[in-house]
Design a protein around this ligand. Sequence first.
Ligand SMILES: C[S@@+](CC[C@H](N)C(=O)[O-])C[C@H]1O[C@@H](n2cnc3c(N)ncnc32)[C@H](O)[C@@H]1O
Length: 579
Amino acid sequence: MRPDVGTQAQFKKRKPPATYRYDSSLSPALDWDGQNPAREQGEKQLSVIEENLSVVHRQLSVENPSTEDLKEAAASLRQAEEATRTLKALSKPFLNWAGKAERLSFDVPTLPLFVHERLSTKAIVETLTSHKRDKQQTMFELFGDPQHSVTDQVLRAYEHRDKWVNRMMLGDSLAVMNSLLHYEGLGGHVQMIYMDPPYGVKFGSNFQPFVRKRDVSHNDDEDMTREPEMVQAYRDTWELGLHSYLTYLRDRLLLARDLLAPSGSIFVQISDENLHHVKELMDETFGHENYSAILAFTKAASGLESVSRIASRMDYLLWYARDVARVRYAPLFEKRDDPIDSGFTLIELPDGTVRALSREEKDGRAPMPEGSKFLMSVLMTKPGPGSKYQVEFKGRVYDSGRRWWGTTQEGMQQVIRANRVIATENSIRFIKYFDDFQFKSLSNLWDGLGGAADPVYVVQTSPEVIKRCILMTTDPGDLVIDPTCGSGTTAYVAEQWGRRWITIDTSRVPLALARQRLLTATFPWYELKDEPRGPAGGFVYVRKQNKKGEETGGIVPHVTLESIANNEPPKEEVLVDRP
Ligand SMILES: C[S@@+](CC[C@H](N)C(=O)[O-])C[C@H]1O[C@@H](n2cnc3c(N)ncnc32)[C@H](O)[C@@H]1O
C-alpha cells in the first residue's frame, strides 16, 4: 500500500482532525455542590437507573412474560448496570491537576504520512558486504551454520505477510499515532506498545540533543538542542511543568489504548519520581482491573549517590493489559543456578537415605557426597476442597488434617510407589528434586540487568528489559509500537525476534542514531515452523541437553506431583526465549 517515496495517493484527500474524548465521569470529583458538573452527571445516572429498573419491573410483573419481554428487561438491566458503574466511578478518588477538568476532549490533526526513505533488505545486505573482510569473517563464524552457505546466511531476513515493512517515523507521537489510527487503520491491531517517555519535565530526562555528546545536564544552554521544532516542542510541552507532563502522557495513553489489540499489552517505563502519578493515569485510561504488574529492574549504579538521599538503583515498568480477560501472556523462565539458594536443602544419598545438608555443606566448606541429589519436601495437602482419605505409609497412618489431599487416593499410591514421599513428624510430604525442573518462572523483580551495554544514547534502555516484555506478550509476526524511539531499542529487539515494528520520535537526533544502529545490526536467525507464513507461523523449539545433562533447548520437561500421580510423562515447558 505504501509508495516508494512521497505521499500515498489515498492521503491526497485531506481528512478532518480527529477528536478524542475522555470519560467525563472520571473528572471532576463527586462533591455534590451546585457548581460541580458531577452533580448533574450523578443525577442523570440516577434517573437512568430508575427508568430502567421500572422497565424491568413492568416487564416482569406480567403473567407469563414472553421472550420479547424478557429480552427487553435484560437490556434495561444492562443499562442500569452501566449507569451504576458510571456513578461508582464518580465516587472514586482520582488524580487531578491544572487543566485536567477542562480537557474533556482534544483535537489532533489527522496528517498524511510522508515516505522519506525506503530501505530494502538488499540495501542492508550491500552495507554488510561492504564491511571489511576480517569483520565479515568473525560474523560468519558467529552464525556459522553448516546447513547454509555464507550468502544464504547473510541474505536471510524475516519477511512478513502482505509485504509488511517496519517503520521509523519522525513526528510527535500524538499526531503519528492518530495517523496510524485514521490513515493506516491500525486501531486494534497492535499487540504491544513499549513507551519510555521522558521520566520528568527536566530537559536531560527527555532526550540527548546531539549525536556525539552523551553527558546531558539539566537546564544547561550548552545542552539545548539546535533543532528549532524541538525547542518549540519542548517549550510547549512542559509549559506547566508536572501538570503539562500529566496531560501529555494521558493524551498519548488514550491513543495507545485505541491502537492495542484486545489481547494486547502496554508497558510504560518510568523512574520512582513519577511512578505513582503514571500509575494513576494508567488506572484511569486502561481501568484498574487491567493492571498487570509493576516490574522493577535495576539500572547501572553510577552517579546516583547523593548526600541527602539513598542511592536509587531501580527503574520501573507499568504493565497494563488492554483487556485482562483476553491478554496474551507467555511466562518466562530463568535457570536456577544454585539448589541451596533455591531452597533445596535436603539431599538423597546413593543408598536412598535423605538428610538435611550440614552447615559446612551449605556454605561450601564441605563437598557434597558423590552421587547425591538435592531435594526439598513440599506439602501434599491443599486448603480448598479435594479428597479426604487415610494413607498408610511405612507402618503409620496419615490423614489430611483440616485440609484436603491434593491428589486422589489412587494418585497417592502412585506417588508412594515412585518413592516420592517422605514422612516428617506428623505428616507425609512430596519429594521434589532439583532436577525435576531446573527453572523458575520470572517474577516482577528483574535484577542484575544493569544499563544498556555500550549505549549510543544517553537514555537508552537495556535490550534485555524490552526483550522480556516482547517475549511475554507477543508472538512472532505480531506488531510492536514504541512511540518514544530514542536509540531504537524496541525496534532492534523486535527485529531480532521476528516481530513487526513501528517506532516514533520527535527528534532527528535519536532517529539518526536508531537508523544507524538498525542498519548495522546483525542477528541470529531462528528457524521458522512454516516458512511461507514467515515469523507469524512461529519458531521451532527443540529439546536439547549438554554433556552435564542440563537442559539447554527450548523445550524442557517439568516433572510435577500431578504428572507422577497420574503416571503421565512430564509436562513440557516451552522456553520462548530459546528458539
Ligand atoms: C527516554 S527516551 C527513550 C529511550 C529509548 N527507550 C532507548 O532505548 O533509547 C524518550 C524519547 O522520546 C522522545 N519523545 C519525547 N516526546 C515525544 C513525543 N511527543 N513524540 C515522540 N517522541 C517523543 C524523545 O525525543 C526521546 O528520544
